[in-house]
Design a protein around this ligand. Sequence first.
Ligand code: NAG
Length: 151
Amino acid sequence: MKVFILVLCLVPAMLCDYVKIPIQDCGENFEDIPCTISEVSVDECELDNDKCELIRGEDYHMDVKFTPNFEGSNITLLAYALIGSDALPFEGMNPNACDFMKCPVESGKPQSYIFNVNIGVLKPKGIFTTRWLMKQNGENRCCFVNKFKIL
Ligand SMILES: *[C@@H]1O[C@H](CO)[C@@H](O)[C@H](O)[C@H]1NC(C)=O
């Protein structure tokens, strides 16, 4: 039965149990960026208030729906753990956004990307604020912040 469920989840993302998670904007250093994020959801995530609970050692998928107000292909995705005033980059993440979505991005057209979140990278248990940033030609384009609770 477990194998069956895993196989189902690998094929159409729609069949999985994606849960919409609360997100925030990235604050004053990221104002006026040309992107609207309409929804972010994570499969098999349980919500504890504003926190998405994840179990260490498991793989998850994050589905980000956004409308760019820019276009192009030279797009990177960066993720950071925000700890105090530091932003620590996640290691081992594939930064090439075009591996996760259709490129080139077209301005004004809603689209989405789905990528793996492997909880191996967030080693300690606890609550983490994470920042997800999309850049194009090195310029900040899309950004959101969310909270994970790692069990
Ligand atoms: C792609 O973006 C990088 C900055 O992230 C820049 O250095 C490079 O010149 C860009 N490449 C093209 C083909 O525009």
